[in-house]
Ligand binder design. Sequence first.
Ligand code: SAM
Length: 251
Amino acid sequence: MAYMASEITDIADMPRGGPDASCLDRLLETNRREYLDRDDVDDEVKRGIVTALDVIGNLFREHDRNAELVLREVADVIDPTILELGAGHGALSRRVLEQHPTAHVTVSDVNAESVAAIAASDIGEHPRATLRTIDATAIDADDGSFDLAVFALSFHHLPPTQAALVLAEGTRVANELLVIDLPRMPSVLHIAKLAAMAPLVWWPFVHDGLVSSLRSYSPSALRALGAHAGVEVQVSTNPFDRQVLRARRRR
Ligand SMILES: C[S@@+](CC[C@H](N)C(=O)[O-])C[C@H]1O[C@@H](n2cnc3c(N)ncnc32)[C@H](O)[C@@H]1O
């Protein structure tokens, strides 16, 4: 069911837990940025994190499950055109290209090094793949260029104002935007998770995982972002699994 939250004016100050976040949830936030988002961090460190994401995604079949979600959204479209934003390692696009015989996929990331690494892989040679460097908050594409845009495990990287821009831009250039991201856990479980991860924070992959957890959006935050962006959103969440948001332009 489509749900529209009442608009909140100060979207930039919205807690990650949403307008109705508890005091404890508001404490479980950080302004610290992930290494992946920092210009002062070596590209080698960033590549290491992206490679670890790819390996873990393979191990736990995350890429396959994300591809399933993408393919379900375009099941009724003949020769679908798909834009992947924030592709990182490109594994999701690779799965989609393997599993759909006619889909055309534009594989993109804001990080030009990541795009170059994907271009140097098998995807760079694929006849139905196009590689682009794209900022999801300001997409250089005409309105309605794609059937579907997808942003996986990346939405929490963006503060609320930019996140709302992604919803507006993704639904401008595509008929539907699919956001797949980490869930925001109930606070007590969240504290337990952070405590379990803390001893490994020296590992950049875990550092970014910890920061991601603190920056993940709750369902009410996602709905408020949708209302602010003026788009219809549907959110399905599970505190132990991925959170999925489907966004469309209002008719
Ligand atoms: C945690 S990685 C996720 C990679 C991959 N999608 C996955 O599922 O494993 C986050 C990615 O989002 C990208 N990213 C961050 N901000 C972005 C933006 N404004 N536009 C496009 N991509 C962005 C980063 O460069 C990085 O590759």
